[in-house]
Design a protein around this ligand. Structure first.
Ligand code: ZN
Length: 138
């Protein structure tokens, strides 16, 4: 069995953003030379997510509003976590949007369903963060 590991780095200039990282993961898969197996992609921070959905701007706008209703950033004083920091909402948004995605690798390609793409969800940006890509198989 072959094993491949790589960290991707992101510095998002805003507090929140959704970034399509599918091209970077496809590049990792090509580097791995793995044809059959599994790819795990996970955020290495507890205020960021990796998830799979549609690359459609309206949906991303809807996610932003929906997450802000679920866990509003302001007022920051509403959260017990926010003693010396202000990112309690980011922890909750990450919990809802998930830590990782797993994609089957078939014939050297990411075996997606219709319209599926991999996204990095940032909820407390403006600093460098990492995403782990681990691919195993033959
Ligand atoms: Zn925190």
């Amino acid at each position: 069995m072959k094993s491949y590991r790589k960290e991707l780095f992101f510095t998002v200039p805003t507090r929140r953003a959704f970034i399509n990282i599918t091209p970077q993961v496809e590049k990792c898969l090509a580097e791995s030379t793995i044809k059959e197996g599994l790819a795990l992609i996970n955020a290495m921070h507890i205020t960021a997510s990796v998830f799979i959905n549609d690359d459609e701007a309206g949906l991303h706008h809807d996610y932003e509003l929906w997450l802000e209703r679920l866990a509003p950033h302001e007022p920051v004083s509403q959260y017990r976590h926010n003693v010396g920091e202000d990112n309690a909402d980011a922890h909750m948004k990450r919990q809802v949007m998930g830590r990782e995605a797993v994609v089957a690798v078939t014939d050297g390609r990411l075996d997606f369903g219709t319209w599926e793409r991999i996204f990095y969800g940032e909820f407390d940006g403006r600093r460098q963060k990492r995403v782990l890509v681990k691919i195993i198989g033959e």
